[in-house]
Design a protein around this ligand. Structure first.
Ligand code: PLP
Ligand code: COI
Length: 339
C-alpha cells in the first residue's frame, strides 16, 4: 500500500478490498461470505431503516513489531453484540461465528493493516441489522450481520494529548432504563446535536450527566470516563452508559499496577478533585482530559493543570498499547493472533 500515509491517518472511512456478510433467514444464520461490494441492497421497509433495529461494534487489529496481526478482545465484542441483540430483539450471533468473521475479514484485507511504526491500526466495524420488511413496530424476520474494516488513526485530536470537553445539559443520549447500555445506532443519533454543539464551541466531545438527576457523570458521546486520585481509578457505575471493553481492560491494568479501582456514581463536583482524567474506548484509546466545562453552571473543572497527560494515564496507555501491539506479554489472554 505504497500511497497511504499511515502515520497521518485520521479516524475516517477508507475503502478496503473486502467485507464479510452473513444472513439470518428461516430462523438460522447462514455461511459467511466475502464481498467486495461497498453497498447493500435491502428492502425499503427493513426494520433497521424505520425502527432502528440496528446494532454495531468496534474493535481493532494491530500489526506487531514481529509482523503478527493481533485483534484485541474479540470475544468481549461478540458478547456485547449478543447483549445488544437481546436488548432490541434480534437473533444473537454465536461467538464462534463472530470470531470467524473477524479473522476472515482481517486476513482478506491484510494489506490495509497499518505497519507497526505508524501507531495506526485497522478498525473493525461489525454491524447487525434487521433487513426483513415490517410496517408495524415489531422485530424483523430476517437479518444481516456484516463486518467492514478501515485503517484509522486517532479519534480525538492529537491522539494521546489533552483536550477540553464540555458537559451538555440540554440533551440526553439515553435514559436510565433506555438503550444506553446497548450499542445501537439510535444512541448515536440522539447524540448528534449535543456533539455538534460541543464541536461548534471548540470542544473535543460532549459529556453527558445521568438523565434522571443531572447530577452524576455518565460518559462522553463515544467513550467512557475515568478519573484518577489517591492511587485510585474511578469510573462511573450507571445504567445508561456503554460497558466499555477498553475501560474494563484499564480497570484490570490499574489493579495490576497496585491501584484501587472503584466503579460508582461520580457526582459532577467530584471532577474538581481528580489528579487526572480521561475518555477511553476502542476509537479513543485513552484521550486525556484537559478540562471539563459546565457552561450552564459557569464552572470549569481544570484537570490537567499543566496541559499535559498525567503520569498514571500515560502508564495505563503505554501498557494497553504494548499488549495490543504485542510488545509486552498478554497476561490476561486478551489478544487473538490472526494466522
Ligand atoms: N461509550 C460509547 C458511547 C462508545 O460508543 C464507545 C465505543 O465503543 C465506548 C464507550 C467505548 O467502548 P469500547 O471500549 O468497548 O470501545
Ligand atoms: C468505538 O470506540 O469503537 C466506537 O464505536 C466509537 C465510535 C462511535 C466511533
Amino acid at each position: 500500500m505504497e500511497n497511504i500515509n499511515w502515520s497521518e491517518l485520521s479516524f475516517g472511512y477508507m475503502k478496503t478490498d473486502y467485507n464479510v456478510r452473513c444472513y439470518f433467514r428461516n430462523g438460522e444464520w447462514g455461511k459467511l461470505e466475502l464481498s467486495s461490494e461497498e453497498t447493500l441492497n435491502i428492502h425499503m421497509a427493513a426494520t433497521c431503516l424505520h425502527y432502528g433495529q440496528e446494532a454495531f461494534e468496534g474493535l481493532k487489529a494491530f500489526r506487531g513489531k514481529d509482523g503478527k496481526i493481533r485483534v484485541f478482545r474479540p470475544e468481549a465484542n461478540a458478547e456485547r453484540l449478543q447483549s445488544t441483540c437481546d436488548g432490541i430483539l434480534m437473533p444473537p450471533l454465536p461467538t464462534e461465528k463472530f470470531i470467524e468473521a473477524v479473522n476472515m475479514v482481517v486476513k482478506a484485507n491484510e494489506r490495509f493493516i497499518p505497519p507497526y511504526e505508524s501507531g495506526a491500526s485497522l478498525y473493525i466495524r461489525p454491524l447487525l441489522i434487521g433487513t426483513g420488511a415490517q410496517v408495524g413496530v415489531r422485530p424483523a424476520n430476517e437479518y444481516l450481520f456484516m463486518i467492514f474494516v478501515t485503517p484509522v488513526g486517532p479519534y480525538f485530536k492529537g491522539g494521546f494529548s489533552t483536550n477540553p470537553y464540555v458537559i451538555i445539559r440540554q440533551y440526553d443520549r439515553s435514559a436510565p432504563l433506555g438503550t444506553g447500555t446497548y450499542k445501537v445506532g439510535g444512541n448515536y443519533a440522539a447524540s448528534l446535536k449535543a456533539n455538534k454543539l460541543a464541536h461548534d464551541l471548540g470542544y473535543s466531545c460532549e459529556f453527558y450527566l445521568d438523565a434522571k438527576e443531572k447530577k452524576y457523570i455518565d460518559e462522553c458521546g463515544a467513550a467512557n470516563f475515568f478519573g484518577i486520585k489517591n492511587n485510585t481509578y474511578i469510573t462511573p457505575k450507571s445504567s445508561s452508559i456503554l460497558p466499555s471493553i477498553t475501560n474494563r481492560s484499564l480497570m484490570q491494568l490499574a489493579e495490576d499496577m497496585g491501584m484501587k479501582v472503584e466503579r460508582r456514581p461520580i457526582p459532577e463536583e467530584e471532577l474538581a478533585t481528580f489528579e487526572e482524567a480521561g475518555a477511553c474506548g476502542t476509537a479513543a484509546v485513552i484521550s486525556p482530559i484537559e478540562r471539563i466545562d459546565d457552561l450552564e453552571n459557569k464552572k470549569s473543572y481544570v484537570i490537567a493543570k499543566d496541559g499535559k497527560p498525567g503520569p498514571i494515564s500515560e502508564k495505563l496507555y503505554n501498557k494497553l498499547r504494548a499488549i495490543q501491539y504485542g510488545d509486552e506479554p498478554d497476561t490476561h489472554n486478551w489478544v487473538t493472533i490472526i494466522e
